[in-house]
Design a protein around this ligand. Structure first.
Ligand SMILES: Cc1cc2nc3c(=O)[nH]c(=O)nc-3n(C[C@H](O)[C@H](O)[C@H](O)COP(=O)(O)OP(=O)(O)OC[C@H]3O[C@@H](n4cnc5c(N)ncnc54)[C@H](O)[C@@H]3O)c2cc1C
Length: 496
């Protein structure tokens, strides 16, 4: 990028909001995946007008722009392919909390946890609970339609977005939706931007729906199973039961083995998997509801059920669930976290498929996830320096997605497509559906400047469909276009 462009950006935003040193560019070159790529420049707008200014410069010089929140994404969505990384974290003001209308209006860079705390002080509740909520931004949550364990009851972020302010690639400031709980005035443009991964526009403000807090009494059920079939059947029955819990999570036997001393005593050593259910209810109803759910599990073959309202026990059990991801990451240096999602009735078969894939490719595949939504996280723990292992890992990932699609599932339930899953888009969507998405992209971003190289299976997102290309092998087939994801590297500098 020319010095003149950097000077122009500095004059519009201020020098302290434009970074170009190698160290600064490295700091914004990756997300929570194992891939990274340097931006040419990093900018930190403070308001919508500054976002517009950056987009005007980008359009004038035809420079791609990569929106970024906290960079906690798990699909490479905010990894820049050169160009301008536009970091939204300084647009972090909560603009309004309106208790009488149960809504909040925030800038896109507000952290999820900050919003949750702020609305709690008004006696209200913002439900989305991604595990990264302490550091992720509302803009990133909207762009990925993030959810978490309680998404089983409350749904994902999109359900709470009433309206958006979005800056389009040409600098137009678009207002979608509004402040009402219902709104059928024309097309639902708000939903179109939810989950669009920064490819259609940059979210600058959001009007979010709030709820009253849930009932105060909290209980947890831990049920352990002798095999994946009984575990899978129980998940379906728990989801269909009138007493259904607020969260319905699962961990497989391989996760339990990794936990070692952190494994809660509530889960017997011979368990081949366990479900964790969180129930929130009124104190007088809690024990009865937990018992109904425990009954369901016993009927489906549980070898142990522990229902508890004891805060210490619950803390230990849920701390185990939180400790899982870091515990797994300690096994080997490279952690690949997928979020293939299947219809809930297909969970037993999908778990069996995953076990087969683990054996076939002799890889360390562990599964946990938001089972109530069919949203499983097959995690592969490997070492990117081991070429033979990585070859098997790539085959395994192909097989995981093929299995999810065979079970009428989808590539992603909450992490998005980003860079990592784009090679699979053609197998996941009918050509006409993909083409409709491509046309929408073209309409909102005709010069392909917003997060190019993401979601669509071809690098630009614009040309006519071509044969599928795997991001990870693309680098070997020679350089592509200037912003071709094929040039990507892992954090250690190896081809991704
Ligand atoms: C430990 C850990 C736990 C996690 N747990 C969960 C979980 O339980 N559930 C879940 O859904 N995800 C989870 N994630 C994934 C991740 O935190 C979410 O996808 C989150 O929504 C990303 O927010 P972010 O601010 O970090 O966005 P980034 O990672 O910076 O960006 C994500 C995407 O959003 C786009 N984007 C960011 N801001 C904007 C904006 N203002 N306008 C337009 N586009 C924008 C980016 O271009 C990119 O495509 C987890 C990640 C980690 C590391």
């Amino acid at each position: 990028m020319s010095n003149a462009v950097v000077r122009e950006l500095k004059s519009l935003l201020g020098s302290d909001q434009v970074l170009v040193s190698p160290a600064d560019r490295i700091a914004y070159s990756y997300d929570a995946t194992y891939i990274s790529n340097l931006p040419d420049v990093v900018v930190f707008p403070r308001d919508t007008e500054q976002v517009r200014a950056v987009l005007h410069v980008a359009r004038h010089h035809q420079i791609p722009v990569y929106p970024r929140g906290s960079g906690t994404g798990l699909s490479g969505g905010s990894v820049p392919l050169g160009g301008i990384a536009i970091v939204m974290t300084r647009m972090n003001r909560i603009l309004e909390i309106d208790r009488s209308s149960l809504l909040a209006r925030v800038q896109a860079g507000v952290l999820t946890a900050h919003l949750k705390e702020a609305v709690r002080a008004h006696g209200l509740f913002y439900p989305p609970d991604p595990g990264s909520g302490r550091i992720s931004t509302i803009g990133g949550n909207i762009a990925e339609n993030a959810s978490g364990p309680r998404g089983f009851h409350y749904g994902g972020t999109g359900r709470y977005v009433l309206g958006l302010q979005v800056v389009l690639a040409d600098g137009t400031v678009l207002e979608t939706g509004g402040r009402t709980a219902k709104n059928v005035t024309g097309y639902d443009l708000t939903s179109l931007f939810v989950g669009s991964e920064g490819t259609l526009g940059i979210v600058t403000e959001a009007t979010l729906k709030l709820l009253p807090p849930p009932p105060p009494a909290r209980g947890t059920l831990v049920a352990s199973f002798p095999d994946v079939h009984s575990l899978g059947r129980a998940i379906g029955e728990l989801a269909a039961h009138p007493a259904r819990p607020m969260s319905l999570e699962m961990v497989d036997a391989h996760c339990l083995a990794v936990l070692g001393d952190e494994r809660p005593p509530e889960i017997p050593q011979d368990a081949q998997g366990a479900v964790l259910c969180e129930v929130l209810d009124w104190p007088e109803a809690l024990a009865g509801r937990l018992e109904k759910l425990a009954d369901v599990c016993r009927r489906e073959g549980a070898i142990a059920t522990v229902a508890t309202a004891d805060p210490e026990t619950q803390h230990r059990v849920w701390a185990m669930r939180e400790a899982l991801s870091p515990a797994i990451a300690r096994i080997k240096p490279t952690k690949i976290s997928e979020d293939a999602t299947v219809p809930i009735g297909s969970i037993p078969d999908f778990l069996a498929d995953l076990e087969g894939i683990r054996k076939r490719w002799e890889i360390n595949l562990l599964v946990f996830g938001h089972a109530g939504d069919g949203n499983l996280h097959p995690n592969i723990i490997c070492d990117e320096r081991d070429e033979d292992e990585m070859r098997r890992v790539r085959q395994a990932i192909d097989d995981i997605f093929a299995a999810a699609l065979k079970r009428k599932g989808t590539l992603s339930g909450e992490h998005g497509i980003g860079l990592l899953k784009r090679p699979y888009m053609r197998s996941a969507l009918p050509p006409a559906t993909l083409e409709a998405m491509r046309r929408l992209k073209q309409f909102f971003d005709p010069d392909n400047l917003l997060n190019p190289g993401k979601i669509f299976p071809d690098p630009s997102g614009h040309p006519a469909p071509q044969p599928a290309q795997d991001t990870r092998s693309a680098s070997k087939s020679g350089p592509g276009s200037e912003h071709d994801p094929g040039q990507l590297k892992t954090r250690e500098g190896r081809p991704a």
